[in-house]
Design a protein around this ligand. Structure first.
Ligand code: HEC
Ligand code: HEC
Length: 233
Protein backbone atom coordinates (compact mmCIF):
# COMPACT_ATOMS: atom_id res chain seq x y z
CA UNK A 1 0.00 0.00 0.00
CA UNK A 2 1.23 3.55 -0.85
CA UNK A 3 2.09 5.89 2.01
CA UNK A 4 0.56 9.36 1.95
CA UNK A 5 3.95 10.74 1.09
CA UNK A 6 4.62 8.48 -1.90
CA UNK A 7 1.08 9.12 -3.14
CA UNK A 8 1.79 12.87 -3.04
CA UNK A 9 5.08 12.35 -4.89
CA UNK A 10 3.38 10.16 -7.53
CA UNK A 11 0.59 12.71 -8.04
CA UNK A 12 3.18 15.47 -8.21
CA UNK A 13 5.03 13.60 -10.94
CA UNK A 14 1.82 13.12 -12.95
CA UNK A 15 0.98 16.82 -12.68
CA UNK A 16 4.55 17.80 -13.62
CA UNK A 17 4.42 15.61 -16.74
CA UNK A 18 1.02 17.09 -17.63
CA UNK A 19 2.28 20.64 -17.20
CA UNK A 20 5.42 19.83 -19.18
CA UNK A 21 3.30 18.59 -22.08
CA UNK A 22 1.08 21.65 -22.10
CA UNK A 23 4.11 23.97 -21.92
CA UNK A 24 5.63 22.10 -24.84
CA UNK A 25 2.41 22.56 -26.83
CA UNK A 26 2.33 26.26 -25.94
CA UNK A 27 5.96 26.81 -26.90
CA UNK A 28 5.29 25.36 -30.34
CA UNK A 29 2.21 27.50 -30.89
CA UNK A 30 1.84 30.24 -28.29
CA UNK A 31 -1.46 31.74 -29.45
CA UNK A 32 -2.92 28.69 -31.21
CA UNK A 33 -3.27 30.98 -34.27
CA UNK A 34 -1.44 30.09 -37.49
CA UNK A 35 2.10 31.52 -37.58
CA UNK A 36 2.85 33.87 -40.49
CA UNK A 37 5.68 33.26 -42.94
CA UNK A 38 6.93 36.69 -44.11
CA UNK A 39 8.90 35.14 -46.99
CA UNK A 40 5.76 33.59 -48.42
CA UNK A 41 3.94 36.86 -47.66
CA UNK A 42 6.48 38.75 -49.78
CA UNK A 43 5.86 36.39 -52.71
CA UNK A 44 2.09 36.92 -52.39
CA UNK A 45 2.65 40.70 -52.33
CA UNK A 46 4.63 40.45 -55.57
CA UNK A 47 2.84 37.69 -57.49
CA UNK A 48 -0.51 36.97 -55.83
CA UNK A 49 -1.87 33.62 -54.70
CA UNK A 50 -2.54 30.22 -56.25
CA UNK A 51 -6.25 30.84 -55.68
CA UNK A 52 -6.19 33.83 -58.04
CA UNK A 53 -5.68 36.87 -55.81
CA UNK A 54 -3.49 39.38 -57.70
CA UNK A 55 -0.19 40.69 -56.31
CA UNK A 56 -0.87 43.36 -53.70
CA UNK A 57 2.09 45.42 -54.94
CA UNK A 58 0.11 46.51 -58.04
CA UNK A 59 -1.94 48.79 -55.81
CA UNK A 60 -0.34 48.94 -52.34
CA UNK A 61 3.30 48.81 -53.45
CA UNK A 62 5.73 46.02 -52.59
CA UNK A 63 6.62 48.00 -49.43
CA UNK A 64 2.99 48.89 -48.61
CA UNK A 65 3.44 52.67 -49.00
CA UNK A 66 1.10 52.67 -52.06
CA UNK A 67 1.60 55.46 -54.61
CA UNK A 68 1.37 59.17 -53.83
CA UNK A 69 -1.83 59.55 -55.89
CA UNK A 70 -3.60 58.22 -52.80
CA UNK A 71 -5.97 55.97 -54.78
CA UNK A 72 -5.06 53.02 -52.53
CA UNK A 73 -4.40 52.98 -48.79
CA UNK A 74 -0.94 52.57 -47.34
CA UNK A 75 -0.87 49.25 -45.48
CA UNK A 76 2.79 49.16 -44.31
CA UNK A 77 3.33 48.88 -40.58
CA UNK A 78 -0.20 48.16 -39.39
CA UNK A 79 -0.25 45.30 -36.85
CA UNK A 80 -0.52 41.84 -38.41
CA UNK A 81 -3.66 41.42 -36.27
CA UNK A 82 -5.31 44.48 -37.86
CA UNK A 83 -4.33 43.57 -41.44
CA UNK A 84 -5.51 39.96 -41.13
CA UNK A 85 -8.76 41.09 -39.51
CA UNK A 86 -9.52 43.45 -42.41
CA UNK A 87 -8.83 40.73 -45.00
CA UNK A 88 -11.11 38.27 -43.19
CA UNK A 89 -13.79 40.94 -42.97
CA UNK A 90 -13.57 41.76 -46.70
CA UNK A 91 -14.01 38.02 -47.30
CA UNK A 92 -16.97 37.63 -44.92
CA UNK A 93 -18.77 40.81 -46.06
CA UNK A 94 -18.46 42.66 -42.73
CA UNK A 95 -16.47 45.09 -44.84
CA UNK A 96 -17.41 45.45 -48.47
CA UNK A 97 -15.43 46.89 -51.39
CA UNK A 98 -15.67 46.05 -55.10
CA UNK A 99 -11.88 45.66 -55.41
CA UNK A 100 -10.85 44.11 -52.09
CA UNK A 101 -13.78 41.76 -51.39
CA UNK A 102 -13.09 39.39 -54.34
CA UNK A 103 -9.34 39.51 -53.63
CA UNK A 104 -9.80 38.54 -49.97
CA UNK A 105 -12.25 35.76 -50.95
CA UNK A 106 -9.55 34.26 -53.19
CA UNK A 107 -7.12 33.93 -50.25
CA UNK A 108 -6.68 31.00 -47.86
CA UNK A 109 -6.39 31.55 -44.09
CA UNK A 110 -2.64 30.91 -44.40
CA UNK A 111 -2.26 33.38 -47.32
CA UNK A 112 -3.90 36.05 -45.14
CA UNK A 113 -1.66 35.43 -42.14
CA UNK A 114 1.51 35.31 -44.27
CA UNK A 115 0.84 38.53 -46.18
CA UNK A 116 -0.29 40.31 -42.98
CA UNK A 117 2.96 39.30 -41.26
CA UNK A 118 4.95 40.59 -44.24
CA UNK A 119 3.31 44.03 -44.49
CA UNK A 120 3.25 44.51 -40.70
CA UNK A 121 7.05 44.38 -40.70
CA UNK A 122 7.48 46.92 -43.53
CA UNK A 123 9.10 50.22 -42.57
CA UNK A 124 8.09 52.15 -45.69
CA UNK A 125 8.57 55.94 -45.50
CA UNK A 126 5.85 58.45 -46.39
CA UNK A 127 6.08 59.72 -49.99
CA UNK A 128 6.08 63.46 -50.74
CA UNK A 129 2.48 64.73 -50.78
CA UNK A 130 0.87 68.08 -51.63
CA UNK A 131 0.48 70.56 -48.75
CA UNK A 132 -3.17 70.92 -47.78
CA UNK A 133 -5.00 74.15 -46.89
CA UNK A 134 -3.76 75.44 -43.50
CA UNK A 135 -7.22 76.47 -42.23
CA UNK A 136 -8.65 73.03 -43.03
CA UNK A 137 -5.72 71.32 -41.26
CA UNK A 138 -6.26 73.54 -38.20
CA UNK A 139 -9.93 72.55 -37.96
CA UNK A 140 -8.96 68.91 -38.34
CA UNK A 141 -6.33 69.16 -35.64
CA UNK A 142 -8.90 70.58 -33.22
CA UNK A 143 -11.22 67.61 -33.79
CA UNK A 144 -8.39 65.07 -33.70
CA UNK A 145 -6.94 66.35 -30.45
CA UNK A 146 -9.96 67.70 -28.59
CA UNK A 147 -13.12 66.36 -30.24
CA UNK A 148 -16.29 68.45 -30.27
CA UNK A 149 -18.27 68.69 -27.05
CA UNK A 150 -21.42 70.07 -28.69
CA UNK A 151 -21.61 66.98 -30.89
CA UNK A 152 -20.66 64.58 -28.10
CA UNK A 153 -17.52 63.64 -30.03
CA UNK A 154 -14.41 62.61 -28.17
CA UNK A 155 -10.94 63.28 -29.57
CA UNK A 156 -9.89 60.81 -32.27
CA UNK A 157 -6.47 60.62 -30.61
CA UNK A 158 -8.11 59.19 -27.45
CA UNK A 159 -8.34 55.90 -29.29
CA UNK A 160 -5.92 56.33 -32.20
CA UNK A 161 -3.02 57.44 -29.98
CA UNK A 162 -0.99 60.65 -29.90
CA UNK A 163 -1.04 62.31 -33.35
CA UNK A 164 -2.96 59.30 -34.66
CA UNK A 165 0.08 57.04 -34.36
CA UNK A 166 -2.11 53.97 -33.72
CA UNK A 167 -2.76 51.77 -30.69
CA UNK A 168 -1.85 48.29 -31.89
CA UNK A 169 -2.98 45.67 -32.24
CA UNK A 170 -6.62 46.80 -32.57
CA UNK A 171 -6.51 50.46 -33.55
CA UNK A 172 -4.83 51.49 -36.82
CA UNK A 173 -2.63 54.55 -37.36
CA UNK A 174 -4.16 57.50 -39.18
CA UNK A 175 -0.93 59.53 -39.21
CA UNK A 176 0.48 59.57 -42.74
CA UNK A 177 -2.55 57.78 -44.24
CA UNK A 178 -3.93 59.34 -47.44
CA UNK A 179 -6.72 61.85 -46.88
CA UNK A 180 -8.85 60.39 -49.70
CA UNK A 181 -8.82 56.96 -48.07
CA UNK A 182 -9.63 58.32 -44.58
CA UNK A 183 -12.58 60.20 -46.12
CA UNK A 184 -13.84 57.08 -47.91
CA UNK A 185 -13.72 54.96 -44.75
CA UNK A 186 -15.64 57.50 -42.65
CA UNK A 187 -18.24 57.65 -45.44
CA UNK A 188 -18.33 53.83 -45.56
CA UNK A 189 -19.23 53.73 -41.84
CA UNK A 190 -21.88 56.40 -42.39
CA UNK A 191 -23.33 54.48 -45.34
CA UNK A 192 -23.06 51.04 -43.70
CA UNK A 193 -20.68 49.32 -46.15
CA UNK A 194 -18.04 49.05 -43.39
CA UNK A 195 -19.75 47.22 -40.54
CA UNK A 196 -16.78 46.43 -38.31
CA UNK A 197 -16.46 48.57 -35.18
CA UNK A 198 -20.24 49.16 -34.91
CA UNK A 199 -20.07 50.53 -31.37
CA UNK A 200 -17.05 52.75 -31.89
CA UNK A 201 -16.31 53.95 -35.44
CA UNK A 202 -19.89 53.77 -36.75
CA UNK A 203 -21.01 55.95 -33.84
CA UNK A 204 -18.12 58.41 -34.32
CA UNK A 205 -18.57 58.64 -38.11
CA UNK A 206 -22.30 59.34 -37.92
CA UNK A 207 -21.61 62.46 -35.83
CA UNK A 208 -19.23 63.94 -38.43
CA UNK A 209 -20.30 66.49 -41.07
CA UNK A 210 -18.77 66.42 -44.56
CA UNK A 211 -16.67 69.40 -43.46
CA UNK A 212 -15.43 67.59 -40.32
CA UNK A 213 -14.42 64.60 -42.45
CA UNK A 214 -12.49 66.72 -44.95
CA UNK A 215 -10.74 68.47 -42.05
CA UNK A 216 -9.60 65.39 -40.05
CA UNK A 217 -8.59 63.62 -43.25
CA UNK A 218 -6.41 66.57 -44.34
CA UNK A 219 -4.96 66.87 -40.84
CA UNK A 220 -3.89 63.23 -40.45
CA UNK A 221 -2.32 63.01 -43.92
CA UNK A 222 0.13 65.83 -43.09
CA UNK A 223 1.02 64.69 -39.53
CA UNK A 224 3.91 62.72 -41.03
CA UNK A 225 6.21 64.39 -43.51
CA UNK A 226 7.95 62.82 -46.51
CA UNK A 227 10.59 60.31 -45.49
CA UNK A 228 9.15 59.58 -42.04
CA UNK A 229 8.38 55.96 -41.28
CA UNK A 230 4.79 55.19 -40.37
CA UNK A 231 3.76 52.16 -38.44
CA UNK A 232 1.86 51.06 -35.40
CA UNK A 233 5.13 50.89 -33.39
C1 HEC B 1 -6.44 46.43 -57.76
C2 HEC B 1 -5.96 47.13 -56.58
C3 HEC B 1 -5.74 46.33 -55.31
C4 HEC B 1 -5.03 45.15 -55.14
C5 HEC B 1 -4.37 44.29 -56.22
C6 HEC B 1 -5.03 44.87 -53.72
N1 HEC B 1 -5.71 45.86 -53.05
FE1 HEC B 1 -5.96 45.99 -51.02
N2 HEC B 1 -7.10 47.66 -51.26
C7 HEC B 1 -7.43 48.23 -52.47
C8 HEC B 1 -8.41 49.28 -52.24
C9 HEC B 1 -9.07 50.15 -53.30
C10 HEC B 1 -8.64 49.33 -50.84
C11 HEC B 1 -9.61 50.24 -50.08
C12 HEC B 1 -10.91 49.47 -49.87
C13 HEC B 1 -11.97 50.24 -49.16
O1 HEC B 1 -12.16 51.40 -49.49
O2 HEC B 1 -12.59 49.64 -48.28
C14 HEC B 1 -7.79 48.30 -50.25
C15 HEC B 1 -7.73 48.03 -48.89
C16 HEC B 1 -6.94 47.06 -48.31
C17 HEC B 1 -6.79 46.84 -46.90
C18 HEC B 1 -7.44 47.62 -45.77
C19 HEC B 1 -6.45 48.65 -45.23
C20 HEC B 1 -6.89 49.31 -43.98
O3 HEC B 1 -6.19 50.26 -43.56
O4 HEC B 1 -7.89 48.91 -43.37
C21 HEC B 1 -5.93 45.78 -46.75
C22 HEC B 1 -5.46 45.17 -45.45
C23 HEC B 1 -5.55 45.36 -48.08
N3 HEC B 1 -6.17 46.15 -49.02
C24 HEC B 1 -4.67 44.30 -48.33
C25 HEC B 1 -4.37 43.82 -49.60
C26 HEC B 1 -3.56 42.65 -49.85
C27 HEC B 1 -2.90 41.81 -48.76
C28 HEC B 1 -3.52 42.47 -51.20
C29 HEC B 1 -2.83 41.36 -51.98
C30 HEC B 1 -3.24 40.01 -51.68
C31 HEC B 1 -4.28 43.56 -51.79
N4 HEC B 1 -4.79 44.36 -50.79
C32 HEC B 1 -4.43 43.76 -53.15
C33 HEC B 1 -6.92 47.88 -53.69
C34 HEC B 1 -6.16 46.76 -53.97
C1 HEC C 1 -13.70 54.88 -29.16
C2 HEC C 1 -12.48 54.67 -29.91
C3 HEC C 1 -12.34 55.42 -31.24
C4 HEC C 1 -12.47 56.77 -31.46
C5 HEC C 1 -12.86 57.88 -30.48
C6 HEC C 1 -12.15 56.97 -32.86
N1 HEC C 1 -11.81 55.77 -33.45
FE1 HEC C 1 -11.34 55.49 -35.41
N2 HEC C 1 -11.14 53.47 -35.11
C7 HEC C 1 -11.37 52.84 -33.90
C8 HEC C 1 -11.19 51.41 -34.08
C9 HEC C 1 -11.34 50.36 -33.02
C10 HEC C 1 -10.87 51.22 -35.45
C11 HEC C 1 -10.58 49.88 -36.13
C12 HEC C 1 -11.86 49.25 -36.58
C13 HEC C 1 -11.61 47.93 -37.26
O1 HEC C 1 -11.32 46.96 -36.58
O2 HEC C 1 -11.64 47.88 -38.48
C14 HEC C 1 -10.84 52.54 -36.06
C15 HEC C 1 -10.57 52.76 -37.40
C16 HEC C 1 -10.61 54.01 -38.00
C17 HEC C 1 -10.35 54.27 -39.41
C18 HEC C 1 -10.01 53.23 -40.46
C19 HEC C 1 -8.53 53.24 -40.73
C20 HEC C 1 -8.11 52.26 -41.79
O3 HEC C 1 -6.89 52.06 -41.94
O4 HEC C 1 -8.96 51.68 -42.47
C21 HEC C 1 -10.49 55.61 -39.61
C22 HEC C 1 -10.32 56.36 -40.93
C23 HEC C 1 -10.80 56.22 -38.33
N3 HEC C 1 -10.87 55.21 -37.37
C24 HEC C 1 -10.95 57.58 -38.13
C25 HEC C 1 -11.29 58.17 -36.91
C26 HEC C 1 -11.49 59.60 -36.73
C27 HEC C 1 -11.31 60.64 -37.80
C28 HEC C 1 -11.86 59.78 -35.42
C29 HEC C 1 -12.25 61.07 -34.71
C30 HEC C 1 -13.27 61.89 -35.35
C31 HEC C 1 -11.87 58.44 -34.79
N4 HEC C 1 -11.50 57.51 -35.73
C32 HEC C 1 -12.17 58.21 -33.47
C33 HEC C 1 -11.68 53.44 -32.70
C34 HEC C 1 -11.93 54.80 -32.50
Amino acid sequence: MMSDRSLTVALGAIIAVGLGLSYAALAQNPTAAPVGDPQRGSTIAANGTAGGAPGCAQCHGQDGAADPSGSFPRIAGHSDFYLAKQLREFASGVRSNDTMSPIAKAMTAQDIVDVATYYAASKAPVPPLPTPDAAVVKAGRQLAKFGNEDKGLQACDNCHGPDGAGEPPGIPYLAGQFSGYITQQLQAWQGGTRKNSPTEMAVVAKKLSAQDIAAVAAYYQQVRTAGEVVGSK
